[in-house]
Design a protein around this ligand. Structure first.
Ligand SMILES: Cc1cc2nc3c(=O)[nH]c(=O)nc-3n(C[C@H](O)[C@H](O)[C@H](O)COP(=O)(O)OP(=O)(O)OC[C@H]3O[C@@H](n4cnc5c(N)ncnc54)[C@H](O)[C@@H]3O)c2cc1C
Length: 425
């Protein structure tokens, strides 16, 4: 196929939070740019869809973490999105089915002790430079290790044994969490609404061999002075995009930053008023393979289920029916089977099998926290990798992706300016 446009200053690959932020930064600098996106929509892992309900359901990111220090929380009102500042469900004590008061209290103590050990171990590992799996912080005698590991699958998409203690320690969290009324995904898409984007444009190859960067896509080839690539690390590591050898170190770093899996299930709940808004339900403390549920999530007549790690991957293979069976079983253990008759399946996500994400959010494997910095290094002043996975302090989040996209945009613009002043000199 022939070249689709004239030479561009820069191409941005991927129109998620990182790609949108990169493109906004480049456009503000006056560069001639184009965004290439394989999907038919903006947002990537930020995606709001009503799915036939009266609600804006966030199928990917939903929470403005560290909301008091979150660039997207500042931008939302400017784009006409109001913020819901109600405390998140996980800030309240969950209903723990099948557990007596004493046992539930014991679990809270064991859990707090785990977080304390992890914090101390992470700081010590940073000081000594000796990383280890976060699972080293388990008290092997504690009964609730199953649920503590399940919590890692919600946070990291993977169990603590696959999570670097140093990386986890670097994550910054102010503890303030808000929601976006109208949807986090819708808000991020609105930020990129007037950017020049080619949709359905799957990039298959990047070639840095010539003077320009050549990008081969399903819609032809593009040439640009420079490029920013924001596709998820699991996609990079899968080999779905061919790069020339100059990128070997970066692709290698991506293999140490795999996307864990987290999936959501939304169920309509009849007679929802029987429960207070944002009632959290957390089941057995012995199992890692277990979902966590929010009844009347955001005050809506819904139950939102959240599943992580291999359990989420396994349920995804069985489709919506597998998620619904698991939820009915786990919810029935808490409230009896009566509640089952009040539930209607709406949607379950499938982030692991989505070929354009291959997972939900990144974690660093033990020993590889610095892979994020390696991936963030420019290649030959012509190619930048950016996305949530290149953020050392806000990895796995949408603002982390946005900050990294903007960082790559600024660095690319600076490289263009330097080249121009060299030519003039
Ligand atoms: C279930 C779930 C819950 C989450 N919850 C939260 C939360 O509460 N708060 C939070 O801050 N974050 C959350 N996240 C994480 C957050 O959504 C991501 O970290 C962020 O959106 C990633 O943005 P990105 O731009 O780095 O990547 P992406 O959004 O994945 O963007 C990359 C883009 O590249 C495109 N692409 C891929 N391959 C190609 C190709 N070959 N050619 C062209 N385009 C390609 C993709 O289609 C995609 O649009 C959640 C994610 C999931 C899945």
């Amino acid at each position: 196929m022939s070249h689709a446009t004239s030479r561009l200053d820069a191409v941005v690959i991927g129109a998620g939070a990182a790609g949108i932020a990169a493109a906004l930064s480049l456009r503000a600098a006056g560069l001639d740019i184009l965004v290439l996106e394989a999907r038919d929509r903006l947002g990537g892992r930020a995606h709001t869809d009503a799915c036939g309900t009266p609600y804006a359901l966030d199928l990917g990111c939903e929470w403005l973490h560290s909301a008091d220090d979150n660039v997207l929380a500042r931008l939302a009102p400017e784009r006409g999105f109001s913020l819901d500042k109600t405390d998140p469900p996980w800030s309240r004590r969950p209903l723990r089915c099948g557990l007596g008061e004493a046992e539930a209290a014991r679990f809270e103590v064991d859990q707090a002790a785990f977080w304390e050990r992890l914090e101390r171990a992470g700081a010590e590992a940073q000081r000594s430079g000796r990383d280890h799996p976060a699972s080293d912080c388990f008290d092997r005698q504690a009964r609730g290790n199953g649920l503590i590991d399940a919590i890692s699958t919600y946070y990291n998409g993977a169990p603590w044994s696959r999570v670097s203690a140093i990386d986890f320690d670097r994550y910054v969290d102010t503890g303030v969490n808000w929601r976006v009324r109208g949807g986090y995904g819708a808000m991020i898409a609105a930020l990129g609404g007037d950017l020049p984007v080619r949709f359905g444009c799957h990039v298959g190859r990047l070639d840095l061999g010539g003077r320009d960067v050549r990008i081969d896509t399903a819609q032809g080839s593009f040439e640009a002075g420079r490029a920013i690539i924001t596709v998820p690390t699991s996609v990079l590591a899968s080999g779905a995009i061919r790069f020339d050898a100059a990128c070997d170190d970066h692709l290698h770093a991506a293999t140490y930053l795999p996307l864990g899996v987290a999936n959501k299930l939304f169920l309509r709940l009849d007679e929802a008023e029987a429960f207070p808004p944002d009632t959290r339900l957390s089941g057995s403390i012995d199992q890692r393979d277990i979902g966590t549920y929010t009844l009347r999530s955001g005050g809506r007549a819904l139950i939102e289920g959240y599943f992580g790690g291999d359990y989420a991957r396994h349920l995804e293979e069985g489709g919506l029916a597998a998620f619904v069976d698991a939820a009915r079983r786990e919810i029935a253990e808490a409230f009896g089977s009566d509640l089952s008759t009040k539930l209607t399946p709406v949607v379950a996500t499938g982030w692991a099998s989505d070929p354009l994400s291959l997972g939900s959010y990144s974690h660093a494997l033990p020993g590889h926290a610095d892979a994020r910095c390696v991936l963030a290094e420019p290649v030959d002043s012509r190619l930048w990798f950016a996305g949530e996975a290149t953020s050392a302090r806000l990895f796995s989040t949408a603002p982390g992706a946005g900050e990294e996209g903007a960082r790559a945009g600024v660095q690319l613009t600076e490289a263009v300016r330097q080249q121009i002043s060299l030519r003039r000199a």
